[in-house]
Design a protein around this ligand. Structure first.
Ligand code: GMT
Length: 380
């Protein structure tokens, strides 16, 4: 198939999923055309079946904000014609789904079905905002196919947007060949030269991620034992987190590593992964950590319980329960094996339920169903 994929190219879960999906599909022989305003962070365009089409917005003195949604729609229609594409797959409803809808209409009578994958705040925060809700609902209803990355997100979309059309749950995935624990752990010495346990967090440091809670949790762990914390990513709450680190006199123990493109090189060095978000419709970072045999301490919110099983491959606490999260992190790190058994179980569960080898064929089958339905509708 020839598939156009649109996503946010920035450091965020939906862009990561879209990029990994495109690369997995290309490896399986499909031709993938990424259409966005910048190259997605994790995209390796070396693969000969991967193309990147940059959307450029023209400014004009009349515009305070260049109309990206329209420029994207035009680029989608152009690529669809020249490639030519079989379908478009957009990640994160706003505004990608609206652009795809325009591109489909512009491409008529040529068929250009589009699939919208819902990821999280496109439904739970932004899409829910009164100014966006009607158009988000409209573009979901108008999509030729809609998928959600967890059962939680599917249910929430149906309830809050009163969606009548079916939404397919295709969960996020991880490539367990790439994401695994390195046998050689010597790189830990860079941050933990005396064999201290390493706690880790990875996100885009937005308020919903509660990264100051990560620091608070670590501070409580640090009161009980020597330990180090690696913070991967960047975003609006970085400053607040650094400030807290100084206030708590933890500067020697907390390392901000910034945005990393090969996070698989870091995750497998951790002993515990912390994800204390106020909301996660899935929690991709937790899954990637699990594949690297890292037990997760996370909040019991949204789709996280579909990923982490409390007491088996990690622990779940109520949102903002910093003391509870610290207690579980200490419990894991105080075990004789420092949580290795739980980490191994985490990888087993990640492979069993979320392996890319099993999930990518679900997308392929779904694409085929949407294409079949679209050609049947065209014949009718
Ligand atoms: O909603 C967001 O935070 C944005 C989105 C993204 O683009 O980064 O993240 C969501 O999608 C991820 C990938 O499917 C999920 O793993 C995250 O749980 C989800 N984030 C939230 O629901 C807060």
């Amino acid at each position: 198939m020839k598939i156009g994929i649109t996503c946010y190219p920035t450091y965020g879960g939906s862009g990561v999923v879209a990029t990994e999906l495109g690369m997995e599909l290309a490896a399986r022989g499909h031709e993938i055309h990424f259409i966005s305003y910048a190259m997605p962070t994790r995209l390796n365009p070396a693969n000969e079946r991967i193309y990147f089409h940059e959307v450029e917005t023209t400014t004009y003195p009349l515009f305070d904000h260049p109309p990206y949604t329209l420029a994207l729609a035009v680029k989608m229609a152009e690529v669809a014609e020249s490639a030519p594409l079989d379908l478009l797959h957009v990640h994160y409803a706003i505004p990608h789904s609206v652009s795809a809808l325009l591109a489909r209409e512009m491409s008529a009578p040529r068929r250009l079905p589009f699939i919208t994958t819902l990821h999280g705040t496109d439904i739970t925060l932004v899409g829910n905002d009164r100014s966006y809700l009607p158009i988000t609902r409209f573009s979901i209803e108008q999509s030729d196919g809609v998928t959600a990355i967890s059962e939680y997100l599917r249910e929430r979309t149906v309830q809050e947007f009163d969606i009548r059309r079916p939404i397919e749950v295709i969960r996020n995935f991880v490539n367990c060949d790439l994401y695994c624990r390195p046998k050689d752990q010597s790189r830990r010495n860079e941050w933990a030269p005396n064999g201290e346990p390493i706690l880790m967090h990875l996100s885009n440091f937005r308020p919903v991620k509660r990264i100051t809670d990560v620091i608070e949790i670590f501070a409580l762990v640090r009161e009980k034992m020597p330990a180090k914390l690696l913070m991967i990513g960047d975003g609006p709450d970085h400053g607040a987190a650094e400030h807290l680190v100084k206030e708590k006199k933890l500067r020697r123990d907390v390392f901000f590593l910034g945005k990393q493109s090969r996070i698989q090189d870091f995750l497998g060095l951790a002993d515990v992964f912390l994800l204390p978000s106020d909301l996660e419709s899935f929690g991709l970072a937790a899954l990637e950590a699990m594949a690297c045999e890292v037990p997760v301490v996370a909040t019991n919110v949204g789709g996280v319980p579909e990923v982490v099983t409390h007491g088996v491959d990690g622990f779940l606490v109520a949102p903002r329960d910093v003391a509870g999260a610290a207690k579980y992190a200490i419990e894991i790190l105080s075990r004789a094996d420092r949580g290795r058994e739980m980490g191994k179980q985490a990888r087993i569960n990640a492979r069993k339920k979320f392996c890319s080898n099993d999930v990518i064929p679900l997308y392929e089958a779904y694409y085929q169903r949407v294409l079949d339905a679209s050609s049947t509708a065209a014949r009718a």
